[in-house]
Ligand binder design. Sequence first.
Ligand code: GLU
Length: 413
Amino acid sequence: MSIRTRFAPSPTGSMHIGSLRTAAYAYALAKHSGGQFLLRIEDTDQKREVKGATQKIYDVLQKFDLGWDEKPVVQSQRLKIYQDAAQRLIQSGHAVSDQGAIRLKIPPRETISFHDFVLDHDVSWKSDDIPPAVLLKSDGFPTYHLAMPVDDHDMGITHVIRTVEWLPSTPIHILVFKYLNYELPQIGHPSAILDPAGGKLSKRKGNVSVEQFLARGYLPEALLNFVILLGWAPKDNRELFTLEQFVSTFDIKGFQKSNPIFNTQKLDWFNGHYIRQKSDTELTHLVKPYVKNKLSSTQITQVIPLIKDRLIKLSDFDQLTQFFVSRPAIPPNASVSPTHLKFAIVNIDAILNNEIVDKIKSQGWKVGDFFMSLRIAVCGSKFTPPITETMLVLGKEESLKRLNSAIGKLKID
Ligand code: GLU
């Protein structure tokens, strides 16, 4: 039988980074064995629904190449199906109508167990500890407790991967599956992602939405690679995975029981890596929406190769290239020599033609000291892209202006 998984987000706002992880796991589990990955929009909590959020779910999944098979199932279009299921439960004596709502009758003194295929252990509850569960609200809308079993059954889902918040509700779902005579799918809950500051990763503590990460200039490839390793690891210690490689390597034995920690430095590392995999042309195209500092298209194209190695997020572009746009200040106490700068002015052509090194040496100067003076005068910083290439992009005229202006400032000081 082929594996069928689903991603079942609620359209209640931007997608949480943890949901992207859930989607990627469900996708890989299905696709690894040539199965199907389905999408279900869980929009039965009309009060929490945010306009436009469903479209954003489609957009985000497409951005990450997590394409779904078959037409998405939209719960609000299936109310009659849930209402019928609730009636069947009443008729079989497993639910009661209670002031307009329909509630599950929880049997006394039963043990309810299942094997969590992600955490790879058995979990059991005593039925007397299970809280009352509404299945259908008085407005005719189902709760998740009813809609989930009905839909997973109708969609032929074989494996459910969902966030660990749902683990305590699992016995309710197991009962509903049983009372509706549905076969229980495999259910698994990847462990919760922790914030480096402690506790669960949450909105309160900072950015958690996929959209925000994209807006800050993280590449989808990097975000995806980062999230799949939050709670899953391959047999070897390999870290770099395209989606395709993840799918072909995927193995449920790779799920980890310990809670992963959201390490932004690691995410930055992935992003830097994927940025450097891009061609200069691709990167120029990607960076453009983030450029606010008025560099022209030609200038962006020229500058990209110079800063590519230092670019961590696309949004760092402005800061790294600010000195191309405005003449920098000379930092106080900078080690810059007016003599070096005067020499640079006279020998500007030799600098731009990469023929300056011997001339510097014949002055008895250290090459590094000379270039440090140039860096500070031209870029206002000790840390710059390759300085000759930078001056070539700035042009001879602007480079000379900066050298002269620095000499002027150094004299006044
Ligand atoms: N709508 C639920 C959520 O977003 C889905 C849980 C599930 O995957 O079954 O948490």
